[in-house]
Design a protein around this ligand. Structure first.
Ligand code: NAD
Ligand code: UDP
Ligand code: UDP
Length: 342
């Protein structure tokens, strides 16, 4: 087997510096940008539990200290308030680059978010190049735009509006993928690309406007569930623990990607509303609202590549995962504002 990262190996943290992949390793130094956010904080939990040293870099734009507070005081954990748009000097073995607002409510109408995707990703790739770290980009199914191919395979190039309200996200992540591949080809940086499909779970922002968080919060607050358009558009919803497992397998594996990481179970928004009704309140009402601009009509991952090359597939169905998120939302909306459990 090929030794991991010939330029620095694991020399600084593991004796010998040449630990073949597949052997049990401990004590990696890992940066998670966006680690105080929803997905990032669950990833941090797993890395810390594995025995790694984790540095979270986050500007708290949508992330919350509460998501990582349970690691305060742990010498293997460090939290840096920093905007990835600014350069950053660190010495690390791996970089999980998640920093980026993921909800349309946050990213529409604000040029800053394109900058986060482009300049932020450039800086983290520059860091990876300087220290010889392996870099993983969390890209998105949005790179497929309003897809003309269904389900979407990684080979599909997408159908994206370059000047629409969602473009800063879609095109931002497409540029981030381009930069990642350029640093790989041009500077020899070891990279990994994940294309993440809609993910839900505990610690999601309550009011970020995404459909699962909206419906769950609305049902709990006895408000009507707001279905946009005719509610026949589809999405595939992945529970966060499945995603984290996929990200870690991708980082540790041999393949650059891109890999679709998502749950192929496809639901219309009306079907999702029904599952939320069954889980929280059968009497919850549904209210139709006009749909947003450039809304993709359908989305469902083809995950054969991840199955074959990463040995990964989601384990948690929507009906199994949703109650875990509901428990966390209930606590945060009505309870004592404790951080969300896993
Ligand atoms: P999130 O908003 O909960 O987390 C993003 C984190 O990045 C937050 O903690 C935020 O404060 C931080 N951040 C934003 N801009 C920053 C900046 N300039 N500098 C430093 N930190 C910054 O979102 P999430 O759902 O956890 O998403 C994590 C990653 O996964 C994102 O890159 C997102 O694009 C990707 N993704 C998520 C989904 C999903 O359904 N959740 C789907 C596709 C892709
Ligand atoms: N960078 C960083 N941390 C580092 C190394 C680089 O933030 O440890 C930033 C650097 O400021 C630059 C970007 O990453 O803006 C790209 O760096 P690279 O060396 O690839 O390009 P250059 O500096 O030559 O333009
Ligand atoms: N949506 C909805 N009601 C809401 C919020 C969103 O019907 O309260 C719809 C939205 O129009 C889209 C789908 O749900 O068709 C998924 O939206 P989300 O913002 O969660 O994810 P994305 O569009 O980024 O996949």
């Amino acid at each position: 087997q090929r030794a991991y990262n010939p330029r620095v190996g694991f020399g600084a943290v593991n004796s010998g510096g040449k630990i073949p992949l597949g052997l049990k390793r401990k004590g990696l130094r890992i940066v998670v940008t966006g680690g105080a956010g929803f997905v990032g904080s669950h990833l941090v939990d797993r890395l810390i539990a594995r025995g790694d040293s984790v540095i979270v870099v986050d500007n708290f734009f949508t992330g919350r200290k509460e998501n990582v507070m349970h690691h305060f005081g742990n010498p293997n954990f460090e939290l840096i308030r920093h905007d990835v748009v600014e350069p950053l000097l660190l010495e690390v073995d791996q970089i999980y680059h998640l920093a980026c607002p993921a909800s349309p409510v946050h990213y529409k109408f604000n040029p800053k978010f394109y900058k986060t995707n482009v300049v932020g990703t450039l800086n983290m790739l520059g860091l990876a190049k300087r220290v010889g770290a392996r870099f993983l980009l969390t890209s998105t199914s949005e790179v497929y735009g309003d897809p003309l191919q269904h389900p979407q395979k990684e080979t599909y190039w997408g159908n994206v509006n370059p000047i629409g309200v969602r473009s800063c996200y879609d095109e931002g992540k497409r540029t981030a993928e381009t930069l990642t591949m350029d640093y790989h080809r041009g500077a020899g940086v070891e990279v990994r690309i994940a294309r993440i499909f809609n993910t839900y779970g505990p610690r999601m922002c309550i009011d970020d406007g995404r459909v699962v968080s909206n419906f769950v919060a609305q049902a709990l607050r006895k408000e009507p569930l707001t279905v946009y358009g005719d509610g026949k558009q589809t999405r595939s919803f992945q529970f966060v623990s499945d995603l984290v497992e996929g990200l870690m397998r991708l980082m540790e594996g041999e393949h650059v990607g891109p890999f679709n990481l998502g749950n192929p179970g496809e639901f219309t928004m009306l079907e999702l509303a029904q599952v939320v009704q069954e889980t929280i309140d059968p009497n919850a009402k549904i209210e139709f609202r006009p749909n947003t601009e450039d809304d993709p009509h359908k989305r469902k991952p083809d995950i054969s590549r991840a199955k074959e090359l990463l040995g990964w597939e989601p384990k948690v169905s929507l009906r199994k995962g949703l109650p875990k998120m509901v428990k966390d939302f209930r606590q945060r909306i009505f309870g004592d504002h404790k951080e969300g459990g896993a």
